[in-house]
Design a protein. Structure first.
Length: 261
């Protein structure tokens, strides 16, 4: 279902662009729509989006690799999100935007780390442990995330060309993972994957704004990249099968956005 929603959103964006080309750009004797809309000091709207989320993983060289083999891998997911838009006009070329929203995701991590039984006598970073046979449930983690994303973006745009205007934007995000499990006393031994609740990221975006009689529609694509390490260490008594195998874990996201203002 999530993949269907994402494909439908991308297809809708393409169709809108084709329609806009046909309706906006080929008729030169047409009046501009919403002529005074961009002169407002403040404006509001909402957005819907599809997303693709994955992890950037840096493995611990001792517990996360074996020879040339990576013992931990991830699988991307597709899902959706929605949010609100607040825009502050700075001048003819720059706007400051805040677009708080919720993003939903469910990613998969595979831990092929049974080979770490070789460290059962202990190392400088891990106490001795009793090996356990890893089941499929132990090796596979489905990481569910509900992300409260608050980006602040500086938008640079050109002049309107008939009823369209291209733009680029960039900025920083404060992101709260509402399903991080960071305060849980259970860890991967109890099938609980923990990550940080409070996160920071940077984003870059590009799109085209189309003006209609009653509203402005903007199809856009945005990339968001976490800057902090999200991994929360397992408890000291937990074998190095899971969190100990990862040095750095960072979310990467691509969003396909439809904005209505």
């Amino acid at each position: 279902m999530n993949k269907f929603l994402l494909r439908a959103l991308v297809l809708a964006s393409v169709n809108i662009a084709v329609l806009a080309n046909a309706q906006f750009f080929r008729t030169r004797n047409r009046m501009d729509k919403l002529e005074d809309f961009d002169e407002q000091k403040f404006s509001w709207g909402f957005f819907l989006n599809g997303n693709m989320l994955d992890y950037r993983i840096v493995l611990n060289p001792r517990y996360g690799t074996y020879g040339n083999q990576n013992l931990v891998s991830s699988k991307e997911s597709t899902s959706f999100g929605a949010g609100l838009i607040a825009k502050w006009r700075l001048n003819d070329y720059l706007d400051l935007r805040m677009e708080p929203g919720l993003q939903f995701a469910q990613r998969k991590l595979l831990f092929n780390t049974q080979i770490n039984d070789q460290y059962q006598n202990g190392t400088l970073t891990n106490d001795p442990f009793i090996p356990i046979p890893l089941t499929d449930k132990d090796m596979n983690r489905e990481v569910k995330s509900t992300l409260l994303d608050i980006p602040v973006l500086l938008e640079l745009h050109g002049h309107r060309w008939y009823n369209s205007r291209p733009y680029i934007a960039a900025g920083v995000n404060y992101i709260v993972n509402l399903q991080s499990n960071s305060d849980s006393t259970d860890d991967n031994m109890q099938q609980v994957f923990r990550s940080t609740t409070h996160n920071f990221a940077w984003s870059a975006e590009m799109g085209i704004q189309f003006y209609f009689n009653k509203f402005k529609l903007t199809p856009a694509i945005r990339g968001t990249f976490f800057m902090n390490n999200e991994i929360v260490a397992d408890n000291a008594t937990t074998p190095p099968y899971w969190a100990s195998a990862i040095s750095t874990l960072q979310t990467r996201a691509i969003l396909f956005v439809l904005k209505f203002e």
